[in-house]
Structures are given as structure tokens and as C-alpha cells.
Ligand binder design. Structure first.
Ligand code: M6R
Length: 611
């Protein structure tokens, strides 16, 4: 989710690259850098912090030359420091690269390169690639890149320059986006169309597994195996603002639609059969076997992800688990048992309440695991272990993709603990791992399905937009999802909504259900399916208008509901990753139908860094 800009042509490259990076900066980044090749030398400037820090570094000495690459970083491996900022050069400083995405096997490659005497100057996964390119180079940069990427696995966009070939940029796309822009005698390259629009509207979008050899005159496009590719350019008629949102009207919608990639990235390199590799988790098997209690602390959406975690850890692992709002926890006097593990969950890693709650449990002897989206965030500084969620930058205040990534992180943890504690036998572990692997495709098919989940959500939203009170119900994991569905709706639509366990209705809230009251039910958990149906019958008998979220193959649910939002069948344990998607879309479309400011709802901030 970083930004890339490249230029080759007759003009000075530095200002063009900086302008492109500026265009990509709306996403907010943690470091930036630029490499320009001229006279057999590659000049690199880079700086941690916002782009302004790089601008300052450039003011002191701007690299001159007519070919270059630049990068804005959203850290995934290694904290945001000057050394970890891209571009990265090899030891000879004859090659420089920028890279988006993740190199799954970087650890093994790094070991190999270290053993061969290569020196590393950063903690990034990226740096292995530039050493590989340098090793493979015999006068042809494209061949060196081709051979280097054959050795790497993962999802990435890679862009390279060589001091000895100051007329060529080589780019490879493997899942992470890359777009080439064509000018008069000059060629541009970027990770997103907004960076190109100051120069050209004549673009070509690279596809996965393609390599482009880019010169001022144009490009040669090939498959990684060398097969030529012939693809039409396209004319972009978006304005810059539309382009920043990838053509979506709001960042929230864009981020909802990014979830297939987010789930895939969150799993990338972390599942090897049933083995779970968590790169930031330092504890050993002895600790895993000793855990007697899990604490989960967080706020808002992150807390709702933790509620799902609680169900999962207790249900699957049989470990007593307590999920506590961090703002409550910090003023309690918690009894922290020995051998406890705390999960502090926070997209930003900066939420003041979460930091305080997590610290308290840590000080009282619990091991602290941060689950966060921001590398090097405050939470990671005093955590013992970290799982990064890899959702990429989330701009909309209403959190969507970060939530699904938090769920995936907890599933991975549960799968690992289940095996090491002997509560998940191999067959069951295989089933869970296979279902996890299938999730990215299922989220994608849900968002893209013919009958249109988005259209269905928009249609139902038009019915809900003028309501005053909306109730969300479910049991167990479905209740956890209901809490998040309700929060999404209220924070951007300003409608009153409440979530409760389905069994709780009859203890009071049922008094509020009258003719036409909207009730949204999540019903995916087989062991309590009939019990939730009973609650549905109770609200139906009072005239409620019921919308259900249920599996595709559930033929019973429509007997008790007015409308059904369908999701693909998965293990009940994993259903939250799918069942939340229609609720996110529903919230979005209700707010849209009410004409509200969706990405920045009133009174709310993306990160609540004060008490
Ligand atoms: O950055 P964090 O995950 O710690 O933020 C916690 C909450 O403030 C956050 O999830 C908030 O509830 C979202 N805006 C909800 O969409």
C-alpha cells in the first residue's frame, strides 16, 4: 500500500517524481525517498516522516538526472526510519529499487545473502531484492530483475534502475498495482493513476506477472517468462480526486472493496500447510502451552473484532478469555493471573485508552501481544510481540478493512495455539487452514457476485434511510458481527442503532419492536441457528421488518425474514469475515442515501489519541 513514481525522459526527473509522490501523499505515509541515475552514479535521498522531510533533504541537494524512481512508504517490515525508507541500493550502489507489497520468503533469502557476504543496511524485506538483482546482473537489467523475482515469492510491485543503464526503468507487477503513463518522448510509472494525471491521460495498467522495460520512447511489455504482451493503452477521464479514490465516490467504499486483497495479504507467508508463521511473535511453544487466560482489550471496531476473538479463543481453544473495553479496563483493578496473554488490538496503535489498558495488564505481568495496522506505532513499543494486520492505510474514519484484517490475525493465532496446545487435531487444523486460504476468493466473489450484494445493500438502504431506530441481533460470533454492523451504521448514518444478543430481546428491548421496526439479524452459527430463529419469530410477531445475513445455502431463513443478504458458505468459525461485508455496505448506502459526509462523520476522528 505504498506509493511509487518513476520517470524517464528529457526533463529533470527529481521535480516530476516529487510531484507524483505529492499526488500519492493524500494516503498519508511514514517515509519517502527518491533515486536518480546520471553519469554512472545513483543518487539517493530519503527521510522518515512526511513527504516534507524529503522535500527539506532535497532542498539541500537535489539529485540531477533524467531518470529516477521515488517511493512513499507504509511500513510492513521494519519501523519507519531513514534506513528503512525506499529506495534501497545494493552494496555497490549501482542498483536501486523501490517496492510495494511483501516478499514472503525474504527471511530465507536474507540468510542466504548474508552467508554469501552481502551487507544489509535496513530491516526491510525489500532489500533482499536489490542484492539479488545485483548478483544476477550481467549487463541486462531486465534479465537481472527477471531472474531475481523468480527467486522471490509474495505479492509486490518492483521497480529498478541501474547506474550502467541510465535510459531504462524495469518494473514487475505481481498483484500490487503499477500503471505506466505515456507522454511525448517521456514515460512515467506510478502505483496509482493520480500520480500521472499532471502529465498524461494516456495510460496502461500492468497486469500480474508482467515485466515492463520502460524508456523515454515507450515500453516493452512481457510476461515474466519473456512472452511478449500487446495491450491497448487507455484514456483516463477521471479528475484527480476521483482518481485518488480509485474511481469510488468515497474512501469507505474503496476500502470495503479492498478487503479481498487485505485478507489475502494478511495470510500471505503466514500459512504453510497448517503451520502458522507469525513473524513478530517471539514466544516459544512452552509459553503457548502455559497460557491459562487471554485478555483482549481495545476500543470501537477493534473491540468488536476482539469480541469475535473471545468467542473463537474460548470455543476453539477452551482458554478462558475476557474482552474488556480499554477505557473501562484502565480504571479497573484487574486480577491478572500468571500465564496470561493480552491481545491489545488497535488499527492505529495510537488509541490512548487502548495504550493505557494494555500497559496496565502488561505491568501486572501479562505478556502483551499487539495486533495493529501501523508498524512502529506506540503500542508496538511496549508490546512483547506484534502481529501486523497488513490492511494498508485506512483513510475513512469508519473502519472496514482493518476490522477484517484483525479477524484474520486472530484466526491465525487461534490456529497456531490450537495445534501447539493439542486441542486441534491435524484433520481439523487442515480444515481451518483450507477455509482460511479460501477466504480472499470468497470475499471477492461476494463483492463481485452477479446478483449484486452492493445493489441489494443499496436497495435495502433506501428503505432504512428514513428510520429512527434499527436493531441488530445475533448469537455468539454473529452477535460480535452485529455489534460492528450496528456501529458502522450509527457512526456514518447518525441513525440510532443497537446490537444485542438475540436472546436478550425478550428481557426488555422487545417492548420497542412495533409494526415496521427494522431488525437486522446475523444467523450463521449452526449450533444456535434455531434459537436465533425463535427470536426472529418473536420480533416478526410484533410486526418487525427483518433483514437477515445468512449463508447462500440456507433455504430456511427466508420463511422468517423480509429480505436476505447472502454470503458464501464457510466454516461457522470464519463467517464474520464474510457476514460483516453486507453490513458495511448497508451502512455505507444508508449514509449515502441520507446525503451525509461519509468519510469524515461529524464529531469523530480516525485515531483517538486523547482520553
Ligand atoms: O485505531 P484503533 O483501532 O485503536 O481505533 C479504535 C476506535 O477508535 C475505532 O475502531 C473507531 O471505533 C472506528 N472509527 C469505528 O469505525
Amino acid at each position: 500500500m505504498c506509493g511509487i513514481m518513476g520517470y524517464v525522459g528529457p526533463r529533470p526527473a527529481s521535480p516530476i517524481i516529487m510531484q507524483g509522490l505529492k499526488r500519492l501523499e493524500y494516503r498519508g505515509y511514514d517515509s519517502a525517498g527518491i533515486a536518480v541515475a546520471a553519469d554512472g552514479v545513483i543518487q539517493i535521498r530519503k527521510a522518515a516522516g512526511k513527504l516534507d522531510r524529503l522535500v527539506e533533504a532535497m532542498a539541500a541537494s537535489e539529485p540531477s538526472g533524467a531518470i529516477g524512481i521515488g517511493h512513499t512508504r507504509w511500513a510492513t517490515h521494519g519501523p519507519p526510519t531513514d534506513a528503512n525508507a525506499h529506495p534501497h541500493a545494493d552494496t555497490t550502489e549501482k542498483f536501486a529499487i523501490v517496492h510495494n507489497g511483501i516478499i514472503e520468503n525474504f527471511f530465507e533469502l536474507k540468510e542466504e545473502l548474508l552467508a554469501a557476504g552481502r551487507e544489509f543496511t535496513s530491516d526491510t524485506d525489500t532489500e533482499v531484492l536489490v542484492h539479488l538483482i545485483s548478483d544476477e546482473y550481467d549487463g541486462d537489467l531486465a534479465e537481472a530483475v527477471r531472474r531475481a523475482v523468480k527467486r522471490a515469492t509474495g505479492a509486490y510491485a518492483l521497480v529498478a534502475v541501474a547506474a550502467e543503464q541510465p535510459d531504462t526503468i524495469v518494473a514487475v507487477r505481481m498483484i500490487s498495482p503499477l500503471v505506466i503513463g505515456f507522454g511525448e518522448g517521456e514515460t512515467f510509472l506510478a502505483s496509482g493513476i493520480p500520480a500521472l494525471l499532471d502529465h498524461t491521460r494516456d495510460v496502461l495498467v500492468m497486469e500480474d506477472g508482467e515485466l515492463a522495460i520502460i524508456t523515454a520512447e515507450g515500453i516493452t511489455l512481457e510476461k515474466l517468462d519473456g512472452t511478449p504482451v500487446d495491450r491497448q493503452h487507455m484514456k483516463v477521464d477521471w479528475d484527480v480526486e476521483q482518481a485518488e479514490k480509485g474511481g469510488y465516490p468515497h474512501f469507505m467504499l474503496k476500502e470495503i472493496f479492498e478487503q479481498p486483497r487485505v485478507v489475502a495479504d494478511s495470510l500471505l507467508g503466514r500459512l504453510d500447510g497448517t503451520d502458522v508463521i507469525l513473524e513478530g511473535v517471539a514466544w516459544g511453544p512452552a509459553f503457548e502451552q502455559s497460557i491459562e487466560k487471554i485478555w483482549i482489550t481495545a476500543c470501537g471496531t477493534a473491540f468488536h473484532a476482539g469480541l469475535a476473538g473471545k468467542e473463537m479463543f474460548e470455543g476453539l481453544l477452551r482458554i478462558p478469555t475476557e474482552a474488556v473495553y480499554a477505557h473501562e479496563l484502565r480504571y479497573r483493578d484487574p486480577i491478572v493471573e500468571p500465564n496470561s496473554l493480552t491481545l491489545a488490538i488497535s488499527q492505529s496503535g495510537e488509541t490512548a485508552d487502548t495504550l493505557a489498558g494494555a500497559r496496565l495488564l502488561h505491568e501486572r505481568g501479562s505478556r502483551l501481544l499487539a495486533i495493529t495496522n501501523v508498524v512502529g506505532s506506540a503500542l508496538t513499543h511496549y508490546s512483547d510481540d506484534v502481529i501486523y494486520t497488513r490492511a494498508g492505510l485506512e483513510i475513512s474514519v469508519a473502519s472496514t478493512k482493518a476490522y477484517t484484517a484483525m479477524l484474520v490475525a486472530q484466526y491465525l493465532l487461534a490456529l497456531r495455539l490450537g495445534q501447539s496446545r493439542g486441542v486441534l487435531d491435524e484433520a481439523r487444523a487442515r480444515k481451518v487452514a483450507a477455509a482460511l486460504e479460501a477466504l480472499p476468493g470468497q470475499v471477492e466473489s461476494l463483492l463481485k457476485r452477479e446478483e449484486g450484494i452492493d445493489e441489494m445493500a443499496r436497495f435495502l438502504a433506501s428503505k432504512l434511510a428514513d428510520e429512527n431506530d434499527i436493531y441488530f441481533i445475533g448469537r455468539g460470533l454473529d452477535y460480535a458481527v452485529a455489534t460492528e454492523g450496528s456501529l458502522k451504521l450509527k457512526e456514518i448514518s447518525y441513525l440510532h442503532s443497537e446490537a444485542m444478543p438475540a436472546g436478550e430481546l425478550k428481557h426488555g428491548t422487545l417492548a420497542l419492536i412495533t409494526e415496521g421496526t427494522p431488525v437486522i439479524v446475523v444467523n450463521t452459527q449452526a449450533h444456535v441457528y434455531d434459537k436465533t430463529v425463535s427470536a426472529l419469530q418473536e420480533v416478526k410477531a410484533r410486526g418487525a421488518s427483518v433483514i437477515a445475513v445468512a449463508y447462500d445455502d440456507d433455504t430456511e431463513i427466508e420463511h422468517y425474514t423480509d429480505h436476505v443478504l447472502r454470503i458464501p458458505r464457510t466454516l461457522d468459525l470464519l463467517s464474520p469475515v464474510l457476514s460483516i461485508v453486507p453490513l458495511q455496505l448497508l451502512a455505507y448506502h444508508v449514509a449515502d442515501a441520507r446525503g451525509l459526509e461519509i468519510d469524515q462523520p461529524r464529531n469523530l476522528a480516525k485515531s483517538v489519541t486523547v482520553e
